[in-house]
Design a protein around this ligand. Structure first.
Ligand code: NAP
Length: 333
């Protein structure tokens, strides 16, 4: 397992390098979904940028969709872009009925047109020390696995016919999976042997998060293997860098002293993390640049080397088949 010290040194070293930026691309006529686009997030910057470049974008989040919609539209107006390029919709990846309803709504509303699915939404419910019990979703899966991976797999399966059609008709459709450098905390055997129905004795959120992110790379690479030649549908995975977002904001504490401490720690944290604008660039590039090399892992707007485990096609195939079975057991699938 790579040590977090060398990871930190690498990140800090890169803060002093120039930040790669995605080159603007005319996205008119391209239909894009970005999951997890709350204000302050990577998804927000991704959705806004692609809409500014002319794409028809659906941005999702779980909570205050109205607030997200008005911020995104205001931002587009301020930049002289068409606010109608963005539509906002609620989506909770851990709610199977919600995923089905979203996919059905999208199909009807956009006449089945979808060129790029950006699977960006994710959670990390951080634990500071190992625990005895894993937090489980209502349907019994470890929560990071359920939200970050299985819910995303469910959504991708539901939208697959649309992406395949777009690939055949336009010659280029994509699934961009936002993973993380922390995927290397997990190994392939974790994906099966311990399983997602976790009753592990030592639960650590960082490992669970890493496991969900390893699975996101396998899913992207398997999409490339299954559908690139047959449907021009490509799958890529992204590490955005270490970025100041709602996910990385220091935990808030109650009371006046707590609030002051939170303000100070947030200010200090922001000094050593990328902005969400800089962090979104690799995802934006993967969604827009022509052509894209599929079946790859991207970081700093370029192909990078993910862990050896993530490049094992046997595991990816097995995980895909297993995930279809898991998703098949969800209510009303
Ligand atoms: N920030 C980093 O340093 C970093 C590094 C590597 C990878 N990443 C990955 O980048 C992606 C974006 O993260 P971020 O840093 O921008 O975090 P963020 O600001 O916390 O945004 C996460 C987004 O996911 C949504 N979400 C949470 N639970 C969901 C659910 N059950 N179903 C659907 N959507 C849900 C959130 O919606 P609500 O706000 O409505 O809850 C929010 O829009 C994540 O996949 C994360 O793992 C981030």
């Amino acid at each position: 397992m790579p040590d977090s010290f060398s990871r930190t040194v690498k990140h800090l070293g890169r803060l002093f390098l120039s930040k790669p930026m995605a080159e603007p691309v005319d996205m008119a006529g391209r239909h894009v979904i970005v999951t997890g686009a709350s204000p302050g997030s990577l998804g927000y910057e991704t959705a806004r940028t692609l809409a500014e470049w002319g794409a028809t974008v659906v941005a999702t989040r779980v909570r205050d969709v109205v607030q997200m919609a008005s911020s995104l539209k205001d931002d587009l107006r301020r930049r002289g872009a068409d606010p109608d390029n963005i539509t906002a919709h609620k989506l909770d990846l851990a709610d199977p009925d919600g995923v089905n309803a979203f996919a059905a709504w999208y199909r009807d509303r956009f006449h089945g047109k979808l060129h790029v699915l950006i699977n960006n939404a994710g959670i990390h419910k951080k634990t500071l020390a190992p625990r005895k019990k894993a937090p489980l979703s209502g349907d019994g899966f470890e929560i990071h696995w359920r939200t970050n991976y299985l819910g995303t797999f469910h959504l991708t399966r539901a939208l697959l016919p649309l992406l395949q059609r777009a690939g055949l008709e336009s010659g280029d459709a994509r699934v961009v999976n936002v993973s993380s450098g922390l995927h290397d905390r997990a190994e392939n055997e974790d994906l099966f042997e311990k399983g997602p129905l976790s009753d592990e004795l030592r639960y650590h959120s960082w490992d669970a998060y890493g496991k969900s992110k390893l699975a996101m790379i396998h899913m992207a690479f398997e999409i490339e293997r299954r559908f690139a030649d047959t449907h021009n549908l490509h799958g890529v995975a992204v590490h955005p860098g270490v970025v100041m977002t709602n996910l990385t904001l220091p935990q808030a504490f109650g009371g006046m002293a707590g609030r002051a401490l939170h303000r100070i720690s947030s200010a200090l944290t922001s000094l050593v993390l990328l902005t969400s604008h800089a962090g979104a660039q690799t995802t934006v590039m993967c969604a827009s640049t022509q052509p894209i090399q599929g079946g790859k892992y991207y970081e700093r707007c370029a192909i990078a080397e993910p862990s050896a485990d993530s490049q094992d096609p046997e595991t990816a195939k097995r995980l895909w088949d297993q995930s279809e079975q898991w998703v098949g057991t969800l209510p009303n699938y």
